[in-house]
Design a protein around this ligand. Structure first.
Ligand SMILES: [Zn+2]
Ligand SMILES: [Zn+2]
Length: 291
């Protein structure tokens, strides 16, 4: 880790103004991928995986006209960098791969997760097979990470009716003494959405982004448990109306929509959306959803 990114503090403590939010606070780890040359021993997006030369590579056998197609590394996260991962057993490394095209019927890449014990890997696979075709937006540029923990509250769409009404009531914001820009008077909930709820960009844990679809609870196909957000694969980190989340270190360059910090991995998931990975807290089965 040789980069640091620091999210500015939120404009105020929203749970103090709306106490029903307090029990919904969750920690997320923003990953802040930035261009670099990660090694297999680094946490990365689009970097080489710590993959043993003795282990067969993973392939996708769905929806391809020709033979099976090798998967592509998307991210690997060491627990020492992202303690929030809470991996199963003695594993300490999460590897995420995908088949880099939008597969029917849901038109998203197929994803595979691999939980690994780094110390068990003595010989690293030097040249993994590469897919012959990669759809635009699905080849991550190599990035190093600057993990940072932040506190999040649920996406507005995921809140109950009562809290949604409170957050939409300008008089309650004023009564709580919140300094809020008058441009939010007609729809103060947008201030919550933009500045106070969940962080934009690649992240582990926390609350999932919603907007493309209404929130849907995800349940484990093995045990029925509610699944938790694991990793958010994002198409950008710094949309203009969410500039309040831009790290201090990037504010000088984060001026335009196509600035160098808005999307260093160059990923475009289903245009400009998110691929949200979920994991079962007991079986570690995973699922994903375009959001
Ligand atoms: Zn495939
Ligand atoms: Zn389960």
């Amino acid at each position: 880790m040789n980069v640091t990114r620091t999210t500015p503090p939120r404009p105020f403590d929203v749970a103090a103004a709306f106490p029903q939010l307090a029990p919904l606070a969750r920690t997320a780890t923003r990953l802040h991928p930035r261009p670099g040359s990660p090694s297999p021993y680094d946490s990365s997006v689009g970097g080489p995986l710590l993959w043993p030369s003795s282990q067969p590579w993973l392939y996708c056998d769905k929806w391809h006209e020709g033979p099976v197609s090798p998967l592509l590394p998307v991210a690997q996260l060491y627990v020492r960098d992202v303690p929030l991962l809470r991996p199963p057993g003695r594993t300490d490394l999460l590897q995420v791969l995908w088949c880099p095209s939008e597969h029917p019927p849901e038109y998203k890449p197929t994803t595979e997760l691999f939980w690994r014990t780094a110390a068990d890997v003595t010989h690293v696979l030097a040249s993994p097979p590469k897919p012959s075709e990669v759809q635009y937006g699905y080849l991550p540029e190599p990035c190093v990470l600057a993990p940072e923990q932040v506190t999040e509250y649920p996406n507005f769409l995921e809140l109950g009716e009562g809290l949604r009404q409170q957050l939409s009531d300008w008089s309650l914001w004023k009564a709580a003494g919140v300094e809020i820009d008058d441009r939010y008077e007609a729809a103060p909930q947008e201030f919550y959405m933009n500045e106070l709820s969940e962080a934009p960009g690649w992240k582990v844990g926390g609350w999932a982004p919603w907007g493309l679809t209404d929130p849907i609870a995800r349940f484990c196909i093995n045990c029925g448990a509610a699944m938790n957000p694991l990793l958010t694969i994002a198409s950008d980190e710094c949309r203009d109306y969410r500039r309040g989340w831009t790290p201090h270190e990037d504010q000088a360059v984060a001026v335009l929509d196509n600035d160098p910090v808005s999307n260093p991995p160059g990923i475009q998931v289903s245009d400009a959306n998110h691929l949200q990975l979920y994991v079962c807290p007991t079986c570690y089965t995973h699922t994903d959803l375009i959001q």
